[in-house]
Design a protein around this ligand. Structure first.
Ligand code: ZN
Length: 205
């Protein structure tokens, strides 16, 4: 659950001068304050807008809005904290970084290669290779083999895969049927190409 909200912040920038306050009907210290609206996620302010400066009695708060130009000369830096102005940029940056990192870790350079041969020793050419990740019922990916019986899968998430070889005819059916133990099991590691031991396949044309 994302907790978010917005509101108004007040920063008292300090004493400006002492003058008569018509509300208090007394001489009072007048301060300059900055008021701005903010947006926060998980109680962290990440964006702000609508900054206004007020010259006001520090006791009753009555006063007038003043132009930023009238106070900017006295300000050495923007009184709104950096994160309150550009925090959303930092958050977007962190999210982008995590997304890039996750993509790199799960898909880059992670692949699996292997070969299927018939029991007579010839390369298989009319079969398909299906891989199943973990205990998933749906195959994660499928591919045919080339004329040398070779196949490869790229951009896999790391993990354990059950490998099944079935005939092209079976693969072409709407619900290819997988039964018994897998023809091979391979564990695919991040940043590596896993070479699957040659699968000997007893279907021959
Ligand atoms: Zn006052």
């Amino acid at each position: 659950m994302i907790v978010w909200g917005w509101g108004k912040k007040v920063i008292n920038l300090g004493f400006a001068k002492t003058e008569y306050c018509p509300t208090c009907e007394k001489n009072r210290d007048f301060h300059i304050s900055l008021i701005y609206r903010y947006f926060a996620i998980f109680w962290i302010t990440i964006a702000s807008w609508g900054a206004k400066y007020y010259y006001h009695c520090n006791i009753c708060d009555r006063g007038i809005e003043i132009n930023k130009k009238e106070v900017s000369h006295a300000l050495t830096k923007n009184p709104i904290p950096w994160f309150h102005r550009y925090g959303w940029l930092a958050i977007v940056g962190v999210i982008a970084l995590v997304a890039i990192l996750a993509t790199t870790l799960t898909s880059d350079n992670i692949s699996m290669k292997g070969q299927v041969i018939y029991t007579n020793g010839n390369p298989a050419h009319d079969c398909a290779v299906y891989i199943f990740k973990g205990n998933e019922i749906e195959s994660y990916a499928a591919t045919g083999v080339d004329s040398k019986g070779s196949y490869s899968f790229k951009n896999l998430p790391s993990g354990s895969y059950d490998i099944y070889v079935i005939s092209d005819t079976a693969a072409a059916s709407n619900t290819p049927y997988f039964t018994g133990a897998p023809d091979a099991v391979a564990y695919v590691y991040a940043g590596e190409t896993t070479i699957v031991p040659t699968i000997s396949y007893d279907y021959s044309p």
